[in-house]
Write a protein that binds this ligand. Structure first.
Ligand SMILES: [Zn+2]
Length: 244
């Protein structure tokens, strides 16, 4: 039953939105209340491979596989990239589940630690010679780029990242990481060494049947512009960060 529902949504999503990164500029003004609880309802939807290619980077030459999946609960098609270096089946691989941050990763914003975390993870994978990065289109913890800018504008006036989302009628975090779980199932990886400071990623993987045998901190050097944001993540979102 669920499988047939999923296939219908995939077709609709592909016709309506194509395969590009339109999520990058998509705004999501409507408040929705999905989070980790969705893992249990969406994990049944399998991720579909769109294309496989190679991605030479400054860290090494990765295999890059595009995945899509129908998120039945959200009635939309989700996309993610799997970057794979070496053979991740020799031992439980290093894994970074990373959410897109255009402002940090493309524009070099110092308001957050996203770019630094991605570089820490890719560097660690390169040093080990194998590992995985799952890169998801989840700008602004899933609120979209324009809403993220609105939230930044409120943070400029003194609200923290969570208060700003609430002021906009949005949840602090719309991510559920169930697509990452589906991708790991697709590539038959069921044990990982997760590079993350976010306890919700551990919970999501565990609920999805992926065993986190080791949790490795993924902390980038801080800077004065990001301190307030990082402190909020530590205090209100339970991220394990060494900053005070
Ligand atoms: Zn960021």
């Amino acid at each position: 039953m669920r499988a047939s529902q999923a296939s219908v949504v995939v077709e609709r999503g592909m016709q309506g939105r194509g395969l590009n990164g339109s999520d990058m500029t998509q705004d999501r003004p409507v408040k929705r209340n999905h989070r980790i609880k969705m893992v249990q309802t969406t994990v049944q939807s399998s991720a579909v491979r769109v294309a496989s290619t190679r991605l030479p980077t400054t860290f090494g030459v990765f295999d890059m596989i595009g995945f899509e999946r129908a998120n039945v609960d959200r009635e939309e098609t989700e996309s993610a990239l799997l970057l794979r270096l070496g053979d991740p089946t020799n031992r439980p691989p290093l894994l970074r589940i990373h959410s897109q941050c255009l402002t940090g990763e493309v524009l070099g914003s110092l308001r957050c630690d996203c770019r630094g975390q991605l570089e820490v993870a890719m560097s660690a994978i390169a040093d080990e010679g194998s590992g995985l990065v799952i890169y998801e289109y989840q700008e602004g913890r899933g609120i979209g780029l324009m809403a993220k800018l609105r939230a930044y504008a409120l943070q400029d006036k003194g609200l923290d990242t969570i208060e700003a989302n609430h002021a906009l009628g949005l949840d602090p975090d719309y991510r559920d990481f169930s697509l990452a779980v589906a991708i790991l199932h697709d590539i038959k990886v069921d044990r990982v060494r997760l590079m993350s400071n976010n306890p919700e990623k551990v919970e999501a993987l565990t609920q999805g049947g992926i065993e986190v045998i080791k949790l490795i901190p993924c902390e980038a050097p801080s800077n004065p512009y990001a301190l307030s944001y990082l402190r909020t993540k530590k205090k209100k979102m339970r991220h394990s960060l060494t900053i005070m």
